[in-house]
Design a protein around this ligand. Structure first.
Ligand SMILES: C[S@@+](CC[C@H](N)C(=O)[O-])C[C@H]1O[C@@H](n2cnc3c(N)ncnc32)[C@H](O)[C@@H]1O
Length: 321
């Protein structure tokens, strides 16, 4: 069964109902819950957010949207009962939910939280988390060079010249949206915000089409292999869960968008561009459009679809283009 957090294959022509069925079937398998619960930083941040706000929780009615392995509102067979169509006997004071997908919005679970908020949360109620921010930055990846170097090595290894494969290998790598744990030294310019969502106010329309311009000034001599995305969420009481490469690692890692053509930078190289996240080919996927130019060179455009998640060299799929 696919891990619903990252579907590794694309299913053309799938309906919304089929996607939902597969999504919830995925969450009915124990592996994905093991992965989430073994992410101690994630789980402990939720625990801290609740314990450090115990005055808010004391004697209050709380709904956990997508409770997973405990008894509450849960749509997969992992739950004893209930879907979001249930009617609660009264409004709730607090909604807790761990809804964040890769790139924040992959999986589309935020829409369920918005639905629950609008249906059940008291006007003065609290949301855990209450804000979410998506960040972007250019990155360098030495492993990318090793992956291309492999084709150069073939002549010494097997006495077969295979350097001509390099352009195709680059296309294959950049056709996928990849998950990778980056380190702070891999980030080559100050990160910027793609969006900041106030969970009390955000609407389904706000997250249908998110577009942001960016302008990065690079730190120095480097090679940029792509752009990476990660998110932070904040809970009441200034408790932050950050999946940034500057912090401890999470099962979310970072999302990396490799470029067809990596480029060199020097101090203050200017990268201008924009990123846009919209619904992908399947209802819970994202289509990502990246445009960028380097020091006022001609603008390049790359498109990505999160139907093509990969987690490294072994699972790179060939591009259709
Ligand atoms: C990321 S998991 C979190 C599980 C658990 N809260 C935890 O933190 O370990 C999200 C859960 O929400 C459930 N879910 C997603 N959309 C839902 C919906 N519309 N109604 C009820 N449950 C939903 C999924 O089946 C999944 O178990």
């Amino acid at each position: 069964m696919d891990n619903p957090r990252k579907r590794l294959c694309q299913r053309d022509g799938e309906s919304e109902e089929e996607t939902d069925q597969l999504y919830f079937n995925g969450y009915a398998s124990i592996e994905v819950h093991e992965e989430m619960l073994m992410d101690t930083v994630r789980t402990m941040t939720y625990r801290d957010a609740i314990l450090k706000n115990q005055d808010l929780f004391k004697d209050k009615i709380v709904a956990d949207i997508g409770a997973g392995t405990v008894y509450a509102v849960e749509a997969s067979d992992m739950a004893i009962q209930t879907r979001l169509e249930i009617v609660l006997p009264e409004k709730v004071d607090i909604i807790v939910s761990e809804w964040m997908g890769y790139c924040l919005l992959y999986e589309s679970m935020l829409k369920s939280v918005i639905h629950a908020r609008d249906s059940w949360l008291k006007p003065e109620g609290y949301l855990f988390p209450s804000t979410a921010t998506l960040h972007i930055a250019p990155f360098v990846d030495e492993e990318y060079e090793d992956r291309l170097g492999l084709w150069e090595d073939m002549s010494s290894r097997y006495k077969v010249a295979m350097k001509s494969m390099i352009p195709f290998a680059k296309k294959c790598i950049s056709a996928n949206v990849e998950l990778k744990q980056l380190m702070m030294e891999d980030i080559v310019a100050s990160p910027l915000q793609v969006c900041r969502l106030n969970i009390h106010k955000v609407t389904p329309r706000d997250i249908e089409d998110i577009a942001q311009n960016f302008e990065f000034k690079c730190y120095g001599w480097n090679r940029v292999h792509g752009f990476t995305l990660w998110f932070d969420v904040e809970f009441p009481g200034n408790i932050v869960l950050s999946t940034s490469p500057f912090k401890e690692s999470f099962h979310w890692s970072q999302v990396v968008l490799y470029l067809d053509e990596p480029f060199r930078t020097v101090q203050d190289t200017l990268i201008r561009g924009s990123i846009r996240l919209q619904k992908g080919k399947q209802p819970r996927d994202l289509a990502i459009q990246l445009k960028y130019s380097v020091d006022n060179s001609a603008e390049k455009e790359q498109l990505y679809d999160t139907g093509y998640w990969t987690t490294g060299v072994s699972s790179v799929t060939s591009p259709e283009r």
